[in-house]
Design a protein. Structure first.
Lengths: 252, 240, 234
């Protein structure tokens, strides 16, 4: 196997005097989907944001195709971020821009595309997530599932090498989860490298090569779902997932 | 610029003006609040239109034109009105009520400031009353409250709390706009500073010092208003 | 009303022009400084936020009338003396310049607080999302945050306009020939104080109404569909 596309090395982060991340390392190969699970407050969100350098880690480094983020200047960090897509739990669409401009704004302002080129690309991406007919609607006019699909289109338009997804479906009503998961499945099939924090275990176990269980700022265990979730495996992951299933029902 | 002798001359002069300012501000603020609560209540409760309409007109009259215009109307305009009505009173042998239209600078200032801030207060009170959930009125009626009892025990305690930040801001405005009494030659803080500066030609220091006096007033008033707000705060109130 | 001639009307309309120049310049100054101060206060380091708070405290606490006197009779004189010393020629700062400066600096204090509130009402996630797309911090504020802030702020801005319009009357005390001072001049020569001041009040009323209507039309034109009147929801 060749060099991993994304390597996270020994990241630690303290926020408000509390150790949120404690020496976390992981790596992703090209085309791989890994899943982060674990209780809330276990550090999943902070880890994803540290990988993206939206939060600067106190210690450690992130390597994208072998290039170290810690050694980049502030200006290069912006370029680094372009190469990693981020999907947020609560969408974070820009409220004043309609769907196609939400996708196009970074193409124009960050990548320097012309307005026409940016909008053309934006419409392609919206079509890819099944929202071609919603391009001129504003965020407040879209359902939660549609908003999340716009935010995926927005990230994809930047041609990211890796996508980080922070519980992309947990702010959605149950009946809207499916449409977003379908988009993620398509992405995964098209060979996108992804790291996703989620509680959708039933969905994740069939797609993922590795489940990473995070607890109290560290990786408690990691392994392929076939091992961690095997009948009678007694792993913490299996224990946690069975509790989730009890709470949320089979598809939870 | 540091000239101790001048400061010795300036501070007593400004302090005298400061106290006159306080004498304008405190009654105006008190009267204004009373007017505001009463007018706001009439405009916020569901009274018949013909009763509410005149108060709406009053509020737009004090909110529309510049405060300076209102002061000029009261100080220079009302005496003209007095001259107009005087022959009528004298011809009918009525007591000379028209004389009250000749206002002293002090009276004109307090009158205008009370009416003006009362209009603004009433907007906040009205808004606050309208934001109270109507179910509470029903509940009060179901418990057998009369309309008056309901007003004083259910509506006002909530309305004043909700309106307090807005009303507090209004008091701060009043403190600053009290300086406009200067234009009708009241010898309050700004007037005192002006006559001092005019005789000494030390405009910068004098008005800077006057500014500090006002800052002091505003800061103290803000502190008191916040203390009152905290003292009467109800846990969780006003967040819904 | 023989003394009420067309030349009086033209004279008063000149005052409307003067008042317009005064408040439009002041509000634009306030817009520029207020935007910067709000951005610094919300997104900048703590010490710069405290500097802005101090500025706001000063300009919200000192009456405009006192500031006008301080700037026009005090500081403007110092500037003129310094100019004479350095450039050996006389500079005369006109009252209008002092009035614009004072109203502009006051408006900046108020507008900064309007914009600050608007910025804080925009979900923090949007700034993160913009950075995630590769924008730098200042770029994200400029491209994503400010357009929303200005839109949300229009109702508060129209309020600020009507306050500004009324405060601009204070400029007459330092000799700016705006609406108030012209009405006062007419009142003094015609001895019709009551009538003139009522007319002045009516004129302010009309100007407020026109401005508020224009801003409301602007707001309806550029507001984002689906967003509540009060601001964005997520």
């Amino acid at each position: 196997m060749n060099q991993p596309i994304l390597e996270v090395k020994n990241i630690s982060k303290t926020l408000g005097g509390k150790l949120i991340l404690d020496d976390v390392s992981l790596s992703l190969n090209r085309g791989e989907l890994k899943v982060l699970i674990g209780p809330s407050g276990g550090g999943k969100s902070t880890l994803l944001q540290c990988i993206h350098y939206l939060i600067n880690p106190d210690k450690g480094d992130v390597l994208l195709e072998g290039r170290s983020a810690a050694e980049m200047g502030r200006r290069n960090i912006c370029a680094f971020r372009q190469e990693i897509g981020m999907i947020f739990q609560d969408f974070n669409l820009f409220d004043h821009l309609n769907a196609e401009n939400n996708v196009a704004v970074a193409l124009r302002k960050v990548k320097g595309l012309t307005k026409e080129a940016a909008l053309k690309r934006a419409r392609q991406e919206l079509e890819r997530v099944g929202l071609a007919d919603k391009a001129t609607l504003y965020p407040a006019q879209l359902s939660g599932g549609q908003k999340q699909r716009v935010s995926i289109a927005r990230a994809l338009a930047m041609d990211p090498k890796v996508m980080l997804l922070d519980e992309p479906t947990s702010a959605l009503d149950p009946e809207l989860i499916g449409e977003v998961l379908n988009v993620i499945v398509d992405l995964s099939k098209s060979g996108m490298t992804m790291l996703m924090a989620t509680h959708q275990i039933g969905f994740a176990r069939h797609l993922t090569s590795e489940i990473i269980f995070m607890e109290r700022g560290g990786i408690a265990e990691a392994g392929p779902p076939s091992v961690l979730l095997a009948e009678g495996s007694c792993s913490r992951t299996a224990d946690f997932c069975s509790k989730l299933t009890e709470l949320l029902g089979k598809n939870g | 610029m540091i000239d101790l002798a001048y400061y010795q001359e300036m501070i007593p002069e400004l302090t005298r003006g400061f106290w006159l300012s306080v004498k304008i501000i405190v009654p105006s603020a008190t009267l204004g609040l009373i007017i505001g609560v009463l007018v706001g209540a009439v405009r916020g409760m569901e009274y018949p239109r013909f009763l509410v309409k005149p108060f709406n007109v009053y509020v737009s009259l004090v909110r529309g034109p510049a405060l300076l215009v209102q002061i000029f109307v009261c100080y220079y305009g009302l005496p003209e009105l007095a001259m107009l009505v005087r022959p009528f009173f004298e011809a009918h042998g009525l007591p000379p009520v028209w004389k009250i239209l000749y206002l002293s600078p002090y009276a004109a200032s307090v009158l205008v400031f009370s009416l003006c801030s009362g209009g603004y207060h009433s907007e906040y009170i009205r808004g606050a009353i309208l934001s109270i959930k109507k179910g509470q009125f029903l509940a009060a009626e179901a418990l057998g409250f009369t309309k008056r009892q309901m007003f004083w025990t259910v509506v006002i305690p909530q309305a004043v709390r909700r309106a307090w930040p807005g009303c507090g801001n209004e008091v701060i405005y009043l403190i600053k706009y009290s300086s406009l009494a200067f234009v009708v030659s009241a010898k309050e803080l700004t007037g005192a500073s002006m006559s001092l500066a005019n005789s000494t030609f030390r405009f910068t220091e004098t008005f800077f010092a006057a500014g500090l006096y006002y800052l002091f007033l505003v800061t103290v008033a803000t502190w008191i208003l916040n203390r009152l707000e905290k003292a009467y705060a109800i846990p969780g109130f006003g967040r819904a | 009303m023989a003394d009420f001639s067309w030349s009086t009307v033209v004279y008063i309309l000149g005052g409307v022009g003067m008042t317009s120049v005064l408040i439009i310049s002041a509000m634009l100054i306030g817009l520029a400084i207020g935007t910067v101060m709000a951005s610094v206060q919300v997104y900048g380091p703590a010490w710069s936020g405290r500097m802005v708070s101090l500025y706001v405290w000063f300009f919200r606490g000192v009456p405009i009338l006192v500031l006008m006197f301080l700037f026009h009779f005090g500081l403007a004189g110092l500037v003129e003396e310094a100019y004479l010393y350095f450039f050996k020629t006389r500079l005369r700062i006109p009252p209008l310049a002092s009035a614009i400066t004072v109203l502009g600096l006051c408006s900046a204090a108020y507008q900064s607080q309007i914009f600050r509130g608007a910025m804080q009402s925009i979900p923090a996630g949007q700034l993160k999302a913009a950075k995630a797309l590769g924008m730098s911090g200042p770029q994200a504020v400029r491209v994503i945050i400010l357009p929303q802030v200005f839109r949300i702020s229009i109702p508060a801005w129209s309020n600020e306009y009507s306050i500004m319009l009324k405060d601009s009357a204070i400029a007459f005390v330092i000799g700016v020939s705006e609406i108030m001072s012209r009405f006062k001049a007419v009142a003094t020569t015609t001895h019709r104080h009551l009538l003139m001041y009522i007319l002045a009040g009516a004129l302010y009323f009309i100007l407020t109404w026109i401005g508020v209507k224009l801003l409301a039309a602007l707001y309806n034109k550029i507001r984002t569909p689906g967003l509540a009147e009060t601001g964005p929801s997520n």
